[in-house]
Structure formats: structure tokens, C-alpha cells
Design a protein around this ligand. Sequence first.
Ligand SMILES: Cc1ncc(COP(=O)(O)O)c(C=O)c1O
Length: 396
Amino acid sequence: MAVSTARTVGDMHRAARRLDGLGTTIFAEMSRLAVETGSVNLGQGFPDVDGPSWVVDAVTEAMRSGHNQYAPGTGVPQLRTAVARHQHRFYGIEVDPASQVVVTTGATEAIAAALLGLVNPGDEVVVLEPYYDSYVAMLQMAGATRRPVTLRAPDFRLPIDQFRAAVSPRTRMVLLNTPHNPTGAVLTRAELEAIADVAIEHDLIVVSDEVYEHLTFGVEHVPIATLPGMADRTLTISSAGKSFSFTGWKVGWATGPADLVEATMGAKQFLSYTSGAPFQPAIARALDQAESIVDPLRQHLADRRDQLCTGLEQIGFDVFQPDGTYFATTDVRPLGFDDGLEFCRSLARTVGVVAIPHQVFYDDVDAGRPLVRWAFCKSESVIAEALERLSGLSHH
Ligand SMILES: Cc1ncc(COP(=O)(O)O)c(C=O)c1O
């Protein structure tokens, strides 16, 4: 597989001037509105309870014992080994910690480095929309052309024929996200098999963003790398932020065949060089105990999902119950609104709740126009307060 990291500073600069930041702008606007209006913020996806204190202690211990200078570029050996053990324990995937794992500054950097390292200007990348907001900007920075495949309400299932039709001779990569933000859809084994067939037929690289791998509710998360013929063409990305509720630490990783990892490392070297040293041995320990952290988190989130979805339904929204992530999506039309962006802008001021409109994450704006995303990685009382405030809406 030919990979290239060739790119000039001039190219990068020109690309940077036309980045689409609408999603990011909306997050900033909604966070500002939340503060200004004293709203309950169900917008941005970060948990309001930190991960285990013993993992926090492990960071302090690492600092005290001298893990304060640059870590190796690919990550400290303990963490790379723990990531490899995790992939094997949960999925039976074998990766060599020395050549097939790279630690990154959050999944965000893994996505950035993978796209910059693996895609040449003019290449096409098939990507599911609605997009996680960094995808569009990073595809632009890489000079790639995005070929969206739209997941549509109410089920957000993969339209396999449209997926096939999006592939052209210029396609180099499929950029996947499962469990999927913002829809909460989890790609089924059959959907992933269909994607794998196309990837193999057209010799495509797959970059699979699986940051919500442990946050599924009664459905199986299938890493596409486990499907026949996929291990040597798939780069899998995950993050300690989501699995262990330490989003602020920004520790992520990518695993896969050595050539894809090396190309990702090649770009990462010039993005951050290396990632936060004291966090890495701590996250290694968390990964080795992952079940004890993610099992109760999953149960907590399942309860909060049910609380939020039931409440939103009672208020009158059409609710699309998610199988994974910590986001639920609603259609706002039953309440007499038709535009999610306008709805969210007025919601903060009228009832004091902040949510995120889907439409900023689509090329096909109409597909997302009436949809709104609500985060449920919050405590029971915060969700109860949001629902109480939202109950005023039924009279709109
Ligand atoms: C789909 C998806 N990918 C990546 C990320 C970013 O992960 P990190 O905070 O580890 O950079 C997020 C965070 O919201 C996400 O939802």
C-alpha cells in the first residue's frame, strides 16, 4: 500500500484558510449561550463525573516519579503494550506494541494524523454524515474530497447502495465512526461486512473512529478490523477520554498495520511530536482494568439514556433511542418547530436548556434540519432539571 506524507507548508497554509468550522462555531456559541443564560448544558459531550480517583492518583505518581519529559513519539511502552492487550482481550485482535500502536493527543490527533499521513491531495474519502466535526476540517487540511453517505432518521442505518455508489476510482479511504456521534447508531456486523466487501474490492484503507467502543447498550460493537481481510487495511482509533471519563487528558491511540501506523506517526510528529507523558502510564493501568471502569459507566449511561429519552418523549419530541455513545437525537417538528438550529438558539433563552443542532454536521443540510442532539453523560438531577425546564415547551 503506497502511503505518502508529502505536503508543503504553503499547501497547509492555503488549506487552513478555507476550513469549515460551523460545527465548532456552534459548540462555542452554545457553550457561551449556556453560561450567559444559566442554562442546563446538554450540548457538549463531556461527563460531569470524572473517572476513577485511583487513575488520577496514578498520574500524580507518574509526575512524582519523574515522567515529566518528552515521552517517546509513539507513546510510552507500558501504554502501547496495554493498548495491544486491550485489543486482544476484547476483540482477539493481535497488534505488535512496537510497530502497530501509536499514542496520540486524543482521538482528534489520531484522526488528523491519519488523514494527513494517508491521504494525498485530490484523493476521495467516503465518510458517513452527520460528521464528527473535526472530520470535515481535517479532510480539507489534507486536501481530500469528501464523499458523504448520509445516515437518515429514524434508524440511521447504513444505506449500502449509496455507500457503494459513493466509491470511485479516486477513492482512497473510508472514514468510519461506530458507535456514531451524533446519531448514536452502532453499525451492525452485516453493515460492516458490506463496507468491508467494498473496501477489499476497491483496495481502500479504512480509518475507523471507535472512541465510543465501550459505550453501547445491549448491542455488540464490532471493530471492522476483526472482519476477514480487514486487519491489514484498517487503522482503528480510540480514546481514554470516552472510555474512562477523562476527556480533558486527551489521550488517544491508533492501532493497525505497521505501514498505516508509521504514516500516522509521520504526521503526528509534526502536530504534537509526543503526547502527555504522565497520563500514559496511568491510562495503561486503566486499560488493564478496563472492565471495572466501563461496566458501571455503561450501566449508568443506560439509565441516563432511558431517563432522558422517556422524558423527551413525554414532552412530545420524536426520540431516536441510541444504541451507543452518550447522545440522543430528537426530531423537533412534533413541537411545532422545523429548524433545529433556530430551535436550539431560542431554547437557551426561553427555557434555559442547551442542545446541539444536527444540521451543522451535514453536507445534506436538509437531512439534519429538524434534528437536535442531547448529551446524557450527566447526573440524574441535571437531566431531571433539563426535563423539568423543557416541559414548558409542550405549550409552544
Ligand atoms: C466521534 C468522535 N471522535 C473523536 C472524538 C475526540 O476524542 P478525543 O477527545 O479523544 O480527541 C470525539 C469526541 O467528542 C468523538 O465524538
